[in-house]
Design a protein. Structure first.
Length: 488
């Protein structure tokens, strides 16, 4: 939204801006900066010209000129020639933004994550700052989460076809935290018996780690290598057999734009799976962290619609920003109360500011998401095209959505590629991180979170790294261990 502010309107917003404690130009610039930061002065608004503002405020024009110059220098006003300065936020230097361009100049392909859409997230925090004072008289502890945020999340499920109340939502510090709470509540560590958790294979590395750390055993059920058209993306016969045979405590899946493959589970498979889990007495956990990244607009119903015992995990990390650290669990009220008890030994609730900001984001999810989806679609096309032309011996699975492409390499070289990748200016997550027991050295997850130019640099670097491995096969033998670096 862009607009123009008149001198009287700005004067009203400024109020009693001059205290005399500092030069007038600096006080004026400071107050305008605060108005921009707390959202009262919207971004992309043209400020009044120097002369009319000087007249309205009854001060010299040079004071206004100096104040505007300071705002420009600090990055709060645009610098377009001739045009009136427009309000903006200082841009973050790429070198200081982790995950885009790591500080050492390495392109980070180990994170399948996006930077925040600055304006949208900033506006949500600005609104939160104005709502915070009303909550300050309380203690600030809400183990289940702020009621307003729980209602907003519940309403989204209801709108997606799963009637949900705020009592069925627990707000967490992200999806990873949510999974840890569920595991802590449901995995038993008694009598030397190890609980089993059935998992998609491949699966999200941090989830596999959480299952192991919780003392449970991840039992893999393989995703079909390349799904035949019309056969469905999961092997439901294998899932039914595994559920019946192992009768696991938990099954953990990512049915919505699966990480790393980007597959979407069709509704008919969701129904079958939920029934099979209920028969086996297994709690089905559906990780919906990537659900909003529906790049091709394929209709699907949240897993919770197919069984009252389903536990859904969600997050704002991929739709908005990982830095929000806000996610949730949706489950029946009995389970929610068990999860709240399990949570209390880890933390006593989420930060109030983040939850207030998250409430705005959840309530206004759709519009900002459209822009994000559009650029992701362009990135996905660019990456698929680049891989086809530069690395034709890699087999690519077309992702229905999400943030990554799962690539089948011409041999078991994923670990070796990951080890030598920094020499070529890239950082990778080795395929075996996505598997149980060292499988998937013949695969690599590539995120399409960089813009096309960055993806081109990355793919050319991958080609150069692969050529180096081909010319020095001993490198493959020297790099047997999977590097354990941070992944998202
Ligand atoms: C499938 C899946 N689950 C959980 C997470 C962690 O999400 P959060 O940042 O909300 O903890 C991710 C992040 O990449 C993910 O892809």
């Amino acid at each position: 939204m862009s607009g123009q502010l008149s001198s009287p309107a700005l004067a009203r917003l400024l109020g009693q801006w001059q205290s005399g404690a500092a030069p007038a130009y600096r006080e004026l610039a400071d107050v305008v900066r605060l108005l921009i930061l707390d959202g009262r002065l919207p971004l992309d608004t043209a400020l009044p010209g120097e002369r009319p503002l000087a007249e309205t405020l009854g001060i010299s024009r040079t004071t206004i000129t100096a104040a505007y110059a300071q705002l420009r220098e600090q990055g709060f006003l645009s610098t377009g020639q001739g045009a009136k300065g427009r309000t903006r936020l200082p841009s973050i230097q790429a070198a200081a933004a982790p995950g885009i361009n790591a500080p050492d100049g390495v392109l980070d392909l180990a994170y399948a994550a996006l930077p925040a859409s600055g304006e949208v997230v900033h506006r949500a925090y600005a609104s939160a700052a104005t709502e915070l004072p009303a909550l300050l008289p309380g203690f600030g502890y809400e183990v289940q989460g702020l009621p307003g945020l729980r209602e907003a999340i519940a309403d989204r499920y209801t709108a997606a076809g799963v009637p949900t109340s705020a009592a069925e939502i627990l707000v967490t510090s992200g999806a990873q935290h949510a999974l840890n709470i569920v595991l802590r509540a449901l995995v038993t560590r008694s009598g030397g018996r190890q609980d089993k958790v059935l998992v998609d294979h491949p699966s999200y590395p941090n989830a596999l780690d959480a299952i192991r750390v919780a003392g449970a055993k991840a039992v893999p059920v393989a995703l079909p290598a390349v799904p035949a058209i019309g056969s469905g993306a999961w092997d439901l016969d294998a899932w039914e057999t595994a559920l019946e045979q192992h009768r696991p405590t938990i099954a953990y899946l990512i049915p919505d734009f699966h990480n790393p493959t980007g597959r979407l589970m069709p509704d008919r498979q969701r129904r079958r799976l939920a029934r099979a889990a209920a028969r086996a007495g297994t709690v089905l956990i559906a990780d919906e962290t990537l659900r909003e990244l529906n790049l091709d607009g394929i209709p699907s119903t949240p897993m919770a619609a197919f069984g009252p015992g389903v536990v859904s995990i969600g997050s704002l990390s991929k739709s908005h920003w990982g830095g929000l650290r806000t996610g949730w669990i949706r489950a029946n009220p009995d389970l929610i109360s068990r999860f709240c008890s399990a949570r209390s030994s880890m933390d006593l609730g989420g930060a109030v500011m983040e939850q207030l900001a998250a409430t705005h984001l959840v309530r206004n999810l759709d519009q900002p998401l459209l822009d994000r989806l559009e650029s992701l679609r362009a990135n996905r096309s660019a990456l698929l095209e680049l891989l086809g032309s530069e690395l034709p011996d890699w087999k690519i699975e077309y992702p229905d959505g999400g943030l990554s492409v799962w690539c089948r390499l011409p041999g078991p070289i994923s670990t070796a590629l990951t080890v030598i990748a920094p020499e070529f200016g890239i950082r990778l997550a080795a395929g075996p991180r996505f598997g149980v027991g060292g499988s998937y050295d013949g695969y690599l997850r590539l995120p399409f979170t960089l813009p096309p130019a960055g993806l081109r640099t990355a793919v050319l670097a991958l080609r150069a790294a692969q050529e180096k491995l081909a010319s020095a096969p001993q490198l493959r033998r020297d790099t047997a261990a999977t590097p354990v670096n941070a992944i998202a």
